[in-house]
Design a protein around this ligand. Structure first.
Ligand code: 5AD
Ligand code: SF4
Length: 445
């Protein structure tokens, strides 16, 4: 039996694609191994959202070649999947002779075909084609990253074309999956013991399926909020969704959350910058005022909904005053966490033509200053949970403290608490006693 080693970079969509690649390969008679030195086939599922991610790919290819040479073993067959594959296509072969095949973001259902073609002697095998109509979206239980949490794609691609972002090019135009299929899939996951689903898409608020099938009984101002109500009605215990786009974040989404206790207390709403001038250059389609209105609605919920965000520092033309505006916004928003990125020019995006004029040192200084502020903000938010009780899905024994379990609250915070392995998979009430960087600590009530 041929062994396949699969490594994934980047976002949840890639993680989710990889789970399905592993499912298909294993159904086709391959064994999935977590030891790359045993692999006949190595698959790298790549990310192109920043330059660093692309560099990582070539570093990994070098390591894989060297590791085989050091062991005097034959180099494994090497397939490059995902976003870098989609964008670079055949040119990847000239960048590294170790690569045997290249499959784009929508060709990930055809890995077994690519392996067979390469074994047949086909060189430079490339498939950047569309997803097959019969593409199987479900994941075998053995291939899930978590036995309790499942990622469920609801929309692929992005039509927003924010000027810095490569995603509309690497993942193509928005395509929503059928609501009846999503609901059927979630019912099945529930019957298999999944406790929490994450509805995923680059832009979940743009969810617009070709028909209303599956949504008929559910009211709502947008198809996305109708989908949220439909998914809540499956009875699955916890539903989270990411990523939301501020311009399309309709207040009805908060109403759906308010009405359904299994829709979790968390919204990820990337703001990207606190300066309207920069937001306009980014072509985000929202202003700071719009953003604050959206979060006012979230914060006015009778539920306590946590808010996380993404912020880019050092976008072309970002002045000290623009950056100061980002700091001010951060002070105002009470994010429970934020992913900060230094702007990275991506060839093919509109911003690539702008001058990347914030010096690297300045980007780093802004990154560190913002990170410090976010940490202070996070501590304030975290400390406000001390004494409260939150519901936590016990996911695993803590890496550092074997007498503790670790999991996420409904508000998507990492919570560690006393408990033993047999409790994993249960949703427990935990009283929060202490807060440290990125983690809350508590005891089961
Ligand atoms: N440079 C830096 N950060 C980027 N992101 C997307 N494109 C770029 C880029 N070119 C960030 C955004 C997005 C997150 C997933 O990655 O903040 O929300
Ligand atoms: Fe990229 Fe903007 Fe689409 Fe998000 S909404 S994936 S940042 S283009």
């Amino acid at each position: 039996m041929k062994k396949v080693y699969l490594e994934t970079f980047g976002c949840q969509m890639n993680v989710s694609d990889s789970e399905r690649v592993a499912t298909q390969m294993s159904a086709d008679g391959y064994e999935i191994t977590s030891d790359e030195t045993l692999a006949d086939v190595v698959l790298l599922n790549t990310c192109s959202v920043r330059e660093k991610a692309e560099h990582k790919l070539f570093t990994r290819i070098g390591q894989i070649r060297k590791s085989a040479a050091d062991r005097r073993a034959a180099k494994p067959m090497l397939g490059i999947l995902g976003c870098v594959a989609q964008l670079e296509g055949e040119t990847l072969f000239s960048k590294s002779p170790a690569i045997d095949f290249v499959l784009g973001t929508k060709a990930v259902g055809r890995v077994a075909v690519a392996v067979a073609e390469v074994l047949d002697g086909q060189s430079f095998y490339t498939d950047l084609g569309e997803r097959e109509e019969s593409y199987e979206w479900s994941v075998a239980a053995a291939q899930r990253n978590s036995p309790y949490i499942a990622f469920v794609p609801i929309i692929e691609g992005c039509n927003k074309f924010c000027t810095y972002c490569i995603v509309p090019f690497s993942r193509g135009r928005e395509k929503s999956l059928s609501a009846s299929e999503i609901v059927r899939h979630i019912r099945h996951l529930r019957s298999e013991g999944i406790r929490e689903v994450h509805l995923i898409g680059q832009n979940v608020n743009s969810y617009r399926p070709p028909t209303d099938a599956g949504l008929e009984p559910f009211r709502g101002a947008t198809q996305f909020s109708r989908l949220l109500r439909a998914v809540a009605a499956t009875g699955i215990e916890r539903v989270k969704f990411t990523t939301s786009f501020p311009r399309d974040f309709h207040p009805d989404i908060v109403e759906a959350l308010n009405e359904n206790v299994n829709l979790c207390n968390w919204v990820h709403l990337p703001v990207q910058s606190g300066s309207n001038r920069i937001l306009k250059l980014m072509r985000r389609g929202h202003t700071i005022e719009n953003y604050l209105e959206r979060i006012a609605k979230i914060q006015a919920s009778p539920r306590r909904i946590s808010l996380t965000t993404d912020i880019i520092v050092g976008f072309p033309g970002e002045t000290d005053a623009d950056f100061q505006a980002t700091l001010n916004l951060t002070e105002q928003c009470k994010f429970s966490s934020a992913y900060i990125f230094k702007y990275s020019p991506r060839p093919g995006t509109p911003a690539f033509a702008m001058s990347d004029d914030v010096p690297a040192q300045e980007k780093t200084a802004r990154f560190l200053e913002l990170e410090k502020l976010i940490r202070v903000q996070q501590q304030k938010v975290f400390q406000s949970y001390i004494g409260r009780t939150v519901e936590v899905l016990a996911e695993k024994v803590s890496d550092k403290h074997p007498a503790q379990l670790s999991g996420h609250s409904t508000c998507q915070m990492v919570v560690n608490f006393n408990g033993s392995a047999e409790m994993c998979g249960k949703i427990v009430k935990v009283q929060i006693l202490e807060s440290k960087v990125n983690t809350l600590y508590g005891k089961i009530c």
